[in-house]
Design a protein around this ligand. Structure first.
Ligand code: GLN
Length: 193
């Protein structure tokens, strides 16, 4: 069975574990950097990216996360997780993990509404997907190899670049697991290559 790690220093961990298990894959709660070698793909959950970054540094996780990406293993960043994956962040000099060729702006929808649900068509993933946004970021600019999967209000809110999948919303908070299933399929495909 394919093993999906859920990065568990902070954020919506339990919900992602449930979504992965309901998709029929094994979820591994990742709290120590050595555990990364046990999994075939990694979900970076939503939460608070600045707190996550602080904990990544505190537990000395950064080089292992970069190695995981460099090994070609699939990574799925949701909300704060997308901020961790981005190569460029609006208003910041340096990224966090910095592997996905996108420029991301934090708290893009927060001022208007703290949280809301939007009905999205996500290319190749799902039609009529109820996406839950909670002070989510958006992708301001996507590199040439990035496939834009969904937009909301003219802004990119889901994208894929090869092994990397990112979205602005929280796919783990509803019972619609099509986004998680899509990622698990990416992980399966990465193993047969
Ligand atoms: N606003 C948060 C951040 O900047 C992300 C919000 C979320 O993950 N729900 O990290």
């Amino acid at each position: 069975m394919v093993k999906i790690g859920v990065f568990a220093l902070q954020g919506a961990v339990r919900e992602h574990v449930r979504a992965v298990e309901e998709c029929g894959a094994e979820a591994v709660v990742i709290k120590l950097k050595d555990q990364l070698s046990e999994v075939d793909g990694l979900i970076l959950p939503g939460g608070e990216s600045t707190t996550m970054r602080r904990l990544i540094d505190k537990y000395d996780f950064m080089s292992e996360l970069k190695e995981f990406a460099a090994a070609g293993k699939p990574m799925f960043g949701t909300c704060a997780g997308l901020i961790l994956l981005a190569k460029r962040l609006v208003g910041y000099d340096a990224p966090h993990i910095g592997v996905m060729d996108v420029t991301v702006e934090r708290n893009s929808f927060g001022r208007q509404r703290e949280s809301f649900e939007a009905d999205l068509d996500i290319a190749g993933v799902a039609e009529n997907f109820a996406a839950v946004f909670i002070r989510g970021p958006h992708i301001v600019q996507a590199g040439e190899n990035v496939e834009v999967l969904a937009k909301y209000d003219g802004r990119i809110v889901a994208a894929r670049e090869g092994q990397f999948l990112g979205c602005s919303f929280h796919p783990e908070l509803t019972d619609d697991h099509r986004m998680t299933a899509y990622f698990i399929n990416m992980v399966k495909e990465s193993l047969v290559k």
